[in-house]
Design a protein around this ligand. Sequence first.
Ligand code: UDP
Length: 192
Amino acid sequence: MKTQKILNFDFVNATNQEFQTELIKLIDSKQNTFIVTANPEIVMYARSHPNFAELIRTASFITPDGIGIIYAGKKLNTPLQERITGFDTFLFLLKIAQEKKLKVLFYGAKPEVIAALKEKAAAEYPDIKVAGAFDGYLSDPAPVQQKIKENQPDLVFVALGAPKQEEFIKNNFHLTNAIWMGIGGSFDAFTG
Ligand code: UDP
């Protein structure tokens, strides 16, 4: 996948369609994949937190989620092809999960949002196998880790906000071969 360095991070420099085609290949070959969907806040946070910067550099992909990243690319004369948001990628992956009957684990957001998400997913994507659905306010993530180990999901969506979601992914990445993606407020947007 082509990338472009902006503010010292290698951003995916592709169309949504090219990126999605790549994701299908990775799903089909069961490659363990870590997607960071970066907005300017994440980049700014990383610039003042070297450990977090190092963590996101281990990601398989950093996508330009925020329009601010697109503007920065233009301004710095290192333009990107287009914005690739976590939310659009989330919707695309749900569609693929429905088609391919994948196992999906959802972790994050408030309990009522997770309840609404389960209901909406069952209604709109009935062939998705929900490998687990946990709200993001547990005092201990052990039950989530246990479910990931047991059910070996193909997709793991983590909506805890940055940097918590990326730290969770990094610490648990060895538990299953999946597409892991930190997606901020996407569960809220999906159910809202
Ligand atoms: N969230 C969570 N646990 C936490 C903090 C946040 O599950 O301890 C959820 C929150 O409910 C929301 C999502 O993380 O669904 C994104 O939060 P926020 O809007 O703060 O992050 P951003 O979208 O700006 O990255």
